[in-house]
Design a protein around this ligand. Structure first.
Ligand SMILES: [Zn+2]
Length: 77
């Protein structure tokens, strides 16, 4: 089973972890509540892949400098 990380804002691919060689606990998921886990993780049963939403460096920087970007996804101008 693969674990795929992607950016939830720009959907860019950030990396893959081979889940068969990694224990779930070591990835830090065990500290999340079931709700949080459901929120950031998506299980694709067909491809046996877990997709994990995260934020890439580019979006993290952009949002830190322009937090209003989150609030105005569709500017009116
Ligand atoms: Zn991004």
């Amino acid at each position: 089973m693969d674990i795929v990380y992607y950016c939830k804002h720009c959907r860019s691919f950030l990396g893959t972890i081979d889940g068969t060689k990694t224990s779930f606990g070591s990835l830090g998921f065990s500290i999340l509540t079931p709700d949080e886990r459901e929120d950031i993780m998506e299980f694709d049963a067909v491809n046996q892949t877990i997709y994990v939403k995260t934020v890439c460096e580019f979006c993290e920087t952009a949002l830190r400098e322009h937090p209003e970007l989150l609030l105005t996804p569709t500017p009116l101008q």
